[in-house]
Write a protein that binds this ligand. Structure first.
Ligand code: ATP
Length: 353
């Protein structure tokens, strides 16, 4: 097992910058996810770690060793692709054994190690089937077994679950986490699915246009986003613009509509500056009389029943506010309601992000 460091990594394809001065460190044994919208450079970063691409600038270290110019075979990484990339004519056993055969491992050892890894991914008994005789989830387990059988130092997974249906995706998420925790292998996982990233990762790096925009634990990126892009990308948010009126450990902001907001101070800002307050839908409650801050008298535009809660679309002046409220709250379209959010759940963001 190793730690992985990317230092000032830049990669351009025909004028498109896929990695723009990327600096990252994945700790030994960590489950690290690269998250971001399509085309932001996640796969490029993964392929640079694997050695499939050479960066234009910058370097990659495994622990203290500079591996930038090392061939993929010399890096001891195992990779799982979105489309599984299994050999359709080969049995499950042969698909998994392939990496050991080309490393000239003896037959007996191959037999033992393949069966051991098939047991780990819960495919025991299916070794003589071909991939076409397996379900999508089972094929993904074969791809995982094939990556792991060579006992890599690093496991790289590129959107491994995106071809599976929703239920199977949830099951395989748990499987991947179970196996990763058991082997304690440093893992880099690429996805554009924020819920997937939040649920499986130790830490997440969120990318946009080839750059890293924030790195943190799932809780950090969800509860303390650093800009509107992160707040919007990781779950939904209402964004409320206003002018800063007072600054101490809290920042008071007033909107054009006259709404008074208070949020914990999270960066340097001055009276008179423009700011944005971001509020998650689930932070709102109804009817909290007497609160001096973060109260919105809104008109209900639409109510969507989600089973456990109602998603309530509202408007106050020019502001759109999205709230997730209990289904027993007395709310219907056209009504005026008073929404409240606690100061600690209001996130202050810079205006220009
Ligand atoms: P997705 O989620 O859609 O897979 P991504 O975040 O993984 O996207 P990359 O595949 O790393 O993004 O691509 C980043 C940018 O680099 C994109 O604009 C893409 O079109 C471009 N790019 C990636 N690989 C190549 C290539 N081999 N040749 C030319 N352009 C490429």
């Amino acid at each position: 097992m190793v730690s992985i460091s990317l230092k000032h990594v830049t990669k351009t394809f025909n004028g498109v910058t896929a990695n723009d001065d990327v600096n990252l460190k994945m700790e030994d044994g960590e489950f690290f996810t690269l998250l971001g919208p399509s085309g932001c450079g996640k796969t490029t970063t993964l392929r640079i770690i694997a050695g499939f691409y050479l960066p234009d600038k910058g370097s990659i270290f495994f622990d203290d060793q500079d591996v930038t110019n090392h061939h993929p075979n010399e890096r001891e990484t195992g990779m799982v692709f979105q489309n599984y990339a299994l050999w359709p004519h080969m049995s499950v056993f042969d698909n998994v054994a392939y990496g050991l055969k080309i490393r000239k491992v003896s037959k007996d050892v191959i037999q033992e190690q393949v069966l051991e890894i098939l047991d780990l991914v819960r495919l025991e008994g299916l070794e003589s089937r071909t991939p076409l005789q397996l379900s999508g989830g089972q094929q993904q387990r074969v791809a995982l077994a094939r990556a792991l059988v060579i006992k890599p130092k690093v496991l790289l997974l590129d959107e491994p679950l995106s071809n599976l249906d929703a239920k199977l995706r949830l099951e395989m998420r748990q499987e991947i986490t179970r196996i990763q925790k058991k082997l304690k292998i440093t893992t880099v996982y690429v996805t554009h699915d924020q819920e997937e990233a939040l649920s499986i990762s130790d830490r997440i790096a969120i990318m946009k246009n080839g750059s890293i925009k924030q790195v943190g634990s799932p809780k950090q990126v969800y509860l303390s986003p650093q800009n509107t892009f992160i707040a919007d990308f990781i779950g939904q948010c209402s964004f409320i613009h206003g002018k800063v009126r007072k600054v101490n450990q809290y920042v008071d902001v007033k909107t054009d509509e006259g709404i008074k907001l208070r949020a914990p101070k999270s960066f340097n800002i001055n009276v008179g500056d423009q700011a944005i307050c971001a509020i998650r839908p689930e932070s709102f409650t109804v009817n909290k009389p007497g609160e001096p801050f973060n109260v919105f008298k809104c008109e209900v535009l639409n109510v969507l029943f989600l089973g456990k809660s109602n998603r309530v679309y509202t408007r106050v002046g020019n502001l759109n506010i999205l709230a997730e409220l209990p289904i027993d709250a007395d709310i219907s379209t056209g009504k005026t309601i008073s929404l409240f959010t606690p100061v600690d759940e209001t996130v202050l963001l810079p205006f220009h992000t």
